[in-house]
Design a binder for this molecule. Sequence first.
Ligand code: FAD
Length: 436
Amino acid sequence: MKHREEIVVFWFRRDLRLCDNVGLYHALQSEYKVLPIFIFDKEVLEQFPNPLDKRLTYIHDAIAGIDNQLKSFGTGVLCFHSTALEVFSVLTKEYDIKAVYANEDYEPKTIKRDQQIGDYLGTYSIPFYLFKDQVIFRGGDILKQDGTPYQVYTPYAKKWREQLTNQHLYDYSIKLASELFYSINCAIPTLESLGYTHGVNGIIPPYVDLPIISNYDKYRDYPGIDGTSKLGVALRFGTISVRQCVKIALKENAVWLSELIWREFFSQILYLYPQVENHCFKSKYEAVQYRNNEEEFKAWCNGQTGYPIVDAGMRELNETGFMHNRVRMITASFLTKHLLIDWRWGEAYFAQQLLDYDLASNNGNWQWVAGCGCDAAPYFRVFNPTEQVKKFDKDFVYLDKWVPEWRELDYVQPIVEHKFARERVLKAFKQALGTD
Ligand code: FAD
C-alpha cells in the first residue's frame, strides 16, 4: 500500500557525506520531504569476491555515520540489498515519489544503469535528477577551441585552471532539520548479513592534513616519507568533497592541485572514450605480443621478483591496500616492460587490492605506464628499478620497512636481468608498432 505523503528520494552512491553534497542539497531544496536511501547493489557486490574486503567496511562505516547523524532528525538511511531496478520497483509501489535525486557517476556500467533507472522512473513520470558532484569538470566540460576533447594532460590542466571560477567551488552544505526529511525508523543491515565480514578498515578519516599538503611538492615522491594526503579512498567514495580539496589546494600547494586535475583528466577520458576500459587508448598497441607468463605474474603479485623496490611496493599493497604513487609507477612498469605482461593483468590485480581503486584513474595510469594510453610515457621509457631506489629511497627506509631481508644473501634472485629485459621489451614494442 502506498504511504500517503509525497516525498523525494535521495540516493547515496559515490558521495557518502551529508555536507557539501550537490544532489542532496537540491533534494533538500525541493518542496517535499527527503527519503535518503543506499543500495548494497547485488550486481556491484559481485565485484567484491573477498568477504574481508576493507572497502565494504569503509562504505558500511560511512553509511552508518550518515545514518547516525540523520537519527537526530528523526530519519536515517533506508538500505537495500538488491539491484537498483528492483529497489525502485518496490519504492514506486510504496511511496508517492515526486522525484529521485542523485549525483552523476561516469563509469560506463553505471551510466548504463542510470539510464535504465531513468527510463523506469520515466514510466511513472518520476524525474531522475543527476548532479555533478564528484568532479569540478566532467567529460565534455573542458574542450579545445575546436570543440574536441583534450588527450594531453598539460594543456588540459591549463584550460582547467583557466575555466575554474568561484562558482565551481560553491559549498553546497545545508542546515539539516527534521522537517526536511521523511521520518523513518530503520536499521542498516550488518555486513555479515550481506555475506561479508566487518573488520577495521584502517583508512584515514576524510580530513585534509594541512602540513602534508603544504609540503606536498617537497616530499610526495619519496615512498619512505609520509608525504601524500592518502585521500584517494575518501575521494573515491565521496566521504570528502572534491570542492573542499580544490579550495585547499589552491591555497596551499599547486602541485597537489595538479594531482587532483590528473584525477579529472582520466575521469573525462573514461567518460568520453569508454572503450579504454578494455582496450588500449592507442589501438595500434593492441599488437604488442605480451609474454603473459603466469609464474612470473604470481611472483610479481606476491612481491617475490628479486627487485627490492618492486617487491616492497607489492607487499605494501597486499598488506595495506595502499601503494605509494612512485612505486605504483615502478611496479606497473616492471610488470608491463620487464616481464612483458599485459597491462590489463596488472590493472585487474590493482583493482582487487587497492582501497582507492577507481576505474578511470587505475586504467588511465596503467595505460600511461604501459605506453598505450593517452599522453602516455613513451614506450621506450623503461624504469630502472635500481636507479629509482637511488633517486627516491636512497636511505632504504621504504625497502627496509617492506622487504627487511633485501640485503641478505638468501633474498630471491632477480626474476629477470634488467638490461636483457629492456632490450626484449623494446624489440617487442618496435615489432608491434612497425618501427623496426
Ligand atoms: P595524493 O598524492 O595526495 O593526491 C591527491 C589525490 O589526487 C589522490 O588521492 C587522487 O585522487 C588524485 N591523484 C593523485 N595522483 C593521481 C594520478 N596519477 N592519477 C589520477 N588521480 C591522481 N589513483 C586512484 O585514485 N585510484 C587508482 O585506482 C589508482 N591506480 C593507479 C595505478 C597506477 C599504475 C598508478 C601509477 C597510479 C594510480 N593511481 C590511482 C594514482 C595515484 O597513484 C594515487 O591517486 C595516489 O597514489 C593516492 O595517494 P594519495 O591519496 O596519498 O594521493
